[in-house]
Design a protein around this ligand. Sequence first.
Ligand SMILES: Nc1ncnc2c1ncn2[C@@H]1O[C@H](COP(=O)(O)OP(=O)(O)OP(=O)(O)O)[C@@H](O)[C@H]1O
Ligand SMILES: [Mg+2]
Length: 268
Amino acid sequence: MIQLYHVSKRYPNGCDALNDVTLRIREGEFVFLTGASGAGKSTLLRLLLVMERATEGQILIGGRNIHVLRDSSVPFLRRNIGVVFQDFRLIKNRTVFENVAIALEIMGLGRKEIERRVNQLLEGLRLIQRAHSPVTDLSGGEQQRVAIARALVNEPAILLADEPTGNLDPELGHDIMQLLIDINRRGTTVAVATHDAYMIEHYGLRTLVLHKGKLLEDRPRVSVRPGQDVRPPPSPLVYGSPLAMQPPVAAAESSLASAADPDAVEAP
Ligand SMILES: Nc1ncnc2c1ncn2[C@@H]1O[C@H](COP(=O)(O)OP(=O)(O)OP(=O)(O)O)[C@@H](O)[C@H]1O
Ligand SMILES: [Mg+2]
């Protein structure tokens, strides 16, 4: 679904934000992208959205080389990618409904269809009671859910979320994570940038670790049976190897076991 081949990004000020990154995220996968502040997480997400262009290397999304995508084609790519920004980027003087509906209005859908889709989503995200409130009246967690609703309303194949649990209390953070996991179960490929070590440890999902712009580690998803810790040691460095495959994923009975990964191995 997403492939990076030897991707580097140097900003005009000379900062090397990404350095020779090669990785693959398969269709239906859920991955965390982690690393210290400045490691390059947001830069990687911005490259996938073509908000920035790579200085070197190739990026394929759904088999298309976005490195050579014309600016005029970028909006078509973005229709397939939902994005949740760390600072939400909601339109302040609009309601919850209007914030979510906007992507569908841009696509030219009729009012009835927009209402149907937006209300269904707001229902599912427990936001329907707030549909006609200005977003500024909402709590941080509610605004975060509006941002997620907006990212999902046009049913994208890929969801990118930058620190979606940042600045939320742990309980709300888990609610948001559960929501993203549910979305992934329904088939959306999800990539979440986070420096929240607790979340990463708790969910045991595949984790790509960036360090100063390099892909330092590609930790496979952990499968945990109740009362049993089967976390494998970190996988070998994939940096520099062309499209290194993940080690096989062991069986799992946790709630994440079938997180839309068609290649997951079932427990004997
Ligand atoms: N527009 C820009 N111009 C110049 N340098 C930039 C720009 N955006 C990011 N950088 C630099 O690129 C590096 C990677 O930044 P990036 O925002 O991708 O990191 P991050 O891993 O998302 O960090 P954080 O956890 O703080 O969000 C940093 O050194 C940052 O200062
Ligand atoms: Mg960032």
